[in-house]
Ligand binder design. Sequence first.
Ligand code: AMP
Length: 214
Amino acid sequence: MNLILLGPPGAGKGTQAKFVSEKYKIPHISTGDMFRETAQSGSELGRKLQEFMTSGKLVTDEIVIGVVETRLAKQDTAKGFLLDGFPRTVSQAQSLDRILSDKNHKIDAVLSITLADEEVIKRLSSRRVCVACGASYNTITQPPRADNICDKCKGKVIQRQDDNAQTIRQRLKVYNEQTSPLIEYYTKEGILKVVDGSGSVEAVFKGLCEFIEK
Ligand code: AMP
């Protein structure tokens, strides 16, 4: 089962991807997570990636597609995978189609989580994440029990560098201009399923599972 999770930043893709990946036993492939990991390494590429992310701009297709192609070549994707944060442009979607068709594979479903812009801004401004295990918190609805300390692993809980007001606005602009055309792209292919992301984490997960099991 080859799946894509689509949706604006803050729609809950990362949280839902973890649940889906656990339940259906398919690897969760997040380009954002991979880029953040490389950025932490302090390498030249890492510095470049951090610049793109901090400014809210998209990393170049050349870098992104190379990273995804290498990841999809790994054995653990043989029985399926869940892409989170990729593709983000029509040209990335076309490259993905090419990579998969070379292996006689295809995308089975694109799960699109929708969320209004105002809600995106509200959620991202109050989002906090654990640097160690990636657990997500929200200063208003779900703060960690102890200030800035992860409930699950006791790691440090921080605000992502790209979750500031200016970068959030830029990321939303990029989503609306460059990523949302994918909704039409995958609708035309007949594989787009839409789930309302404004509900609880459990309600959104239930909606996703219903589509996956169909
Ligand atoms: P995310 O964690 O998915 O919100 O991604 C964080 C940042 O990584 C984005 O704002 C982009 O700068 C970069 N990024 C992640 N995935 C992609 C992609 N498919 N294409 C281009 N840039 C990406």
